[in-house]
Design a protein around this ligand. Structure first.
Ligand code: NAD
Length: 332
């Protein structure tokens, strides 16, 4: 059976990426929507041929429990709302996909995991890079030690943020600044290259050059992870600098992805030359992989589980603590 997915929150990521991706997936489709805006509901029903019975608002959302067309609820709301909607979806007996960052606190992540476990539903975080061909290839090269052991990783993701009134600049909604939004990709990158967990972290906030935008959240942040086997990871994230790369140097070579994380084509090279791999639609590619895995095993892929989201949240929290205290924070 083709899996029916309901998107909760029809903002820019849902509209421009996930809904577009779901038009290209043989094993899953856009079956329903949850929106607080009636005009959006009309537009989406027409565009995607969604029956009225599969359209909910935030008040009627829990009735989704009775809708057999919906197998998976995909939460694409501002970060602070992930907790509530993942738990409501689980209580409605639906499998849940949740966007990154998983939530705004470790406690929220733990409650989301528990709610899904108690309800016997799957929980996945929208970590699309795990399905992306260049990323998969560098993970393979790292695991197979094509260039020997990894020694050092530099992982950066930043962009120039626009509208000063948006939720991404409000701590209560976003949980933090660029670290929560895009720095999480750098943390993930270090973890999937090494295949290990960090031992300790130090971190520093960058200067505020734009006090209008950065009243509430950091403008930029640098951090340093100690990983096992004396591997150092330098991370940097910013809402004022356009940068996107994942560089790793090994005993006998290097890999470099840039862009490394956004959905424009990923580009990469290693010390052996250019990487020539298929360019995919990230969201179609991820959703199709999840649908196929679920159809075969009744589970979501393990590397995007809620537990993985929780680990990242612990690391993000520790990075903030390290920057605030100036101390090295132990993670073990
Ligand atoms: P957005 O602002 O474009 O959309 C948010 C949606 O939530 C809007 O439709 C808005 O109407 C709705 N909403 C409901 N209640 C709201 C409230 N109280 N305040 C504000 N909005 C409210 O944001 P987005 O860029 O689509 O991001 C949504 C989520 O997706 C975030 O968690 C973000 O981190 C994640 N995201 C992931 C990727 C990725 O590549 N995986 C890319 C972009 C965004």
């Amino acid at each position: 059976k083709k899996l029916g997915i309901a998107l909760v929150g029809l903002g820019s990521y849902a509209k421009n990426q996930l809904a577009v991706g779901l038009e290209q997936t043989p094993n899953c489709y856009l079956a329903g929507i949850v929106t607080g805006t009636p005009a959006k509901a009309e537009e989406w029903m027409k565009k995607y041929n969604i029956p009225k019975k599969n359209v909910y608002n935030y008040q009627t959302f829990d009735q989704i429990a009775d809708n057999k067309d919906i197998d998976i609820v995909y939460v694409v709301l501002p970060n602070s709302m992930h907790h509530e909607y993942v738990i409501r979806a689980a209580k409605a007996g639906k499998h849940v996909m949740c966007e990154k960052p998983m939530a705004n606190s470790v406690k929220d992540c733990q409650e989301m995991i528990k709610a899904c476990k108690d309800a016997g539903v799957q929980l996945g975080i929208g970590y699309r890079m795990h399905f992306e061909p260049f990323t998969k290839e560098i993970i393979r090269m790292s695991r197979e030690k094509v260039f020997g052991n990894v020694k050092f990783i530099n992982s950066n993701f930043g962009f120039t943020i626009g509208d000063p009134t948006q939720w991404r600049l409000k701590k209560a909604m976003a949980g933090g600044g660029p670290l929560m939004d895009v720095g999480v990709y750098c943390v993930q990158g270090a973890r999937y290259i090494t295949g290990k967990e960090p031992l300790a972290v130090t971190a520093q906030f960058g200067p505020i050059t734009d006090p209008t935008r950065f009243k509430d959240v950091e403008e930029s942040l640098s951090w340093q992870f100690d990983f096992p086997d004396a591997v150092t990871v330098n991370g940097f994230t910013s809402y004022k600098t356009n940068i996107e790369q994942l560089f790793a140097t090994y005993e006998q070579g290097f890999i470099h992805l840039s862009p490394a994380y956004s959905y424009g084509p990923i580009k990469g090279r290693t010390s052996q030359g250019e990487l020539n791999l298929p360019i995919v639609h990230h969201q179609a590619n991820m959703l199709e992989a999840i649908a196929r895995e679920f159809q075969e095993t009744k589970m979501f892929p393990a590397h995007i589980s809620g537990e993985e989201g929780l680990k990242d949240m612990k690391y993000l929290t520790a990075i903030y603590e390290a920057a605030q205290t100036g101390k090295k924070i132990s993670l073990v």
